[in-house]
Structures are given as C-alpha cells and as structure tokens.
Design a protein around this ligand. Structure first.
Ligand SMILES: O=C(O)CCC(=O)C(=O)O
Length: 269
C-alpha cells in the first residue's frame, strides 16, 4: 500500500505537512545513497552541487526515481492525479554548524497556483541530533511573508532567506525520519532546520512536485517531467530520460537548464 490514509491526508491538509511516510527499504536507500555519492566523487572540483542538481537530467536512475510510485502515489493524494516533477534538490548537512533558516518555498519559486509539494526523502538518518526539518503547523494557511536575504555563511539556503515574521520555536514540529522515510510539505509551509551534531552527513533529497495546472510565472521557459496522469496544460517543456548517463545531449541540456533557472529564479533553494 503506497497511498496515504484518509487520516494522513486530513493531517496534511490541516497542518501543511505529513511525516513519516515509509518509502524505501534499508537496502534500497543504501543503493540510492551510493548512486549519489558515486556521482559526487566523479564531480569536477567545485561542481558537486551542480552535479547533484542535474542528476535527473544526466542520470537514468534519478529520472526513474522521481517516477517511483512509492513517492508519486502519496504526492498524488495531496496534489491530485496529474503531477509534474519540477525540481530535484539536495539538502546535505555535513556534521557541523550548517542550518536552514525559516522560510516559505512559495515566495521565490515563481510557481502558481500553489498546488506544489515537496517530498523530502532521508537517504541517511534524520534523527533529532542530525538537524531534521522543523515545520510550523498551519502556516500554509497564513500569509506569504516577505523574506530577508541574510547571506549567512552557515545557512544552506542560497541567499540565507529568513521569513519576515516572528516564528515561535515552541510551535515547531521536529520531523525526524529514519533512512528511507519521507516527509511531504506544502509550498507555503514555514520550515527550517538546525545544525547536524552527529558524525554522519544528513542527506535529504527534496523532490518538488506540482499539479499540471501550475505555471512558472517568472519565465516562459521552464522544464519539468510528467510523473502521473496527463498534462492538458503543457506549461513546461519535458525533460527526456537520458539515453546514457552523462551523454553529451543530457549534459548540454543540464547546462542550458541551469542557465534558465539561474536567470529567472536566481537559485531555487
Ligand atoms: O533539509 C533541510 O533542512 C531544509 C529543506 C528545505 O528547506 C526544503 O526542502 O524546502
């Protein structure tokens, strides 16, 4: 059974997030982590982040993964039957002081309407000491706040975005996950995370999904992958499955895609 229960769907709608949702076995999770770390080890100096970001364009395993029904079924439960994958982001917190400030994704992605949700999948332990995500319940029903760009050194967000409202830490829910489990959060939910005080890296694969009626408002040219149902709107250009890992065509598409996104959105993190 890969779908959410009615109670889980109701919890998500009320609170703006749900966890834990079991997705992968220990073995399957270890295999995925290995895929990622192999790609990282082959990346040219200074290119690790870009390599990770483009895996779904350059590597068939990543393109296939975003279609996996164990992820897509629960996502369809909250977004409806016609679903696109918009982005694959990685939140890798090495042991140390890195953190993620409280923010709302909807503020800067340009996607509208906000029928958008993130499947955040733990490829390592995301227990209480690793700096798991923290969600503010029901914040998805409130306003979309302006954000301050702080450019703090240890902030994993590209511009150190902080939501411009008082967030009471006591209201936050710590979304601890075991390897292979995921949380799902709404694009308007306020969330962040603290430092990783363990000795292993905390690896979060953040898959951003949206309903097919969603449009990119910041540029006419954006890309996605249809992962469920039908796309009657065709607001996005489709990313093809790479014929061979790291083939020239895929690499050139990854380069072009990166330029479009950077220009239109600055950075999506
Ligand atoms: O992994 C984290 O700690 C934060 C993730 C996040 O901000 C996101 O997935 O939108």
């Amino acid at each position: 059974m890969t779908h959410l229960s009615q109670a889980q769907i109701a919890y998500y709608q009320k609170n703006g997030f749900i966890f834990p949702v079991g997705v992968f076995s220990e073995k399957a999770t270890a295999k995925l982590r290995n895929h990622l770390e192999q790609a990282e080890s082959k990346a040219k100096p200074g290119m690790k982040q870009a390599t990770r970001k483009h895996l779904l364009i350059t590597h068939a395993w990543a393109w296939d993964l975003v279609h996996d029904h164990r992820i897509v079924d629960p996502i369809s439960d909250v977004l409806g039957p016609n679903v696109l994958l918009w982005s694959m982001d990685w939140f890798i917190k090495e042991p140390g002081p890195s953190f993620v400030s409280y923010h709302q994704d909807a503020t800067y992605w340009g996607l509208y309407p906000h029928h958008v949700a993130t499947a955040w999948i733990a490829l390592s332990d995301a227990g209480p000491m690793t700096g798991p995500m923290k969600f503010i319940p029901e914040s998805h029903k409130g306003p979309l706040y302006e954000q301050d760009d702080t450019f703090e050194g240890n902030n994993l967000l590209s511009r150190g975005q902080h939501v411009k409202t008082e967030v009471n830490e006591k209201d936050s829910i710590l979304a601890t996950l075991s390897p292979g489990e995921m949380s799902i959060h709404d694009v308007r939910t306020i969330h962040g995370s603290g430092p990783n005080t363990t000795t292993d890296r905390r690896i979060g694969m953040a898959l951003r999904y949206c309903a097919t009626n969603v449009k990119q408002t910041k540029t006419d040219r954006d890309r996605a992958i249809l992962v469920a149902g039908e796309d009657h709107y065709q607001h996005f250009e489709m990313i093809p499955r790479p014929i061979r890992d790291m083939n020239d065509k895929a690499l050139s598409l990854a380069h072009c895609h990166s330029q479009t996104r950077t220009k239109a959105l600055m950075d999506t993190d």
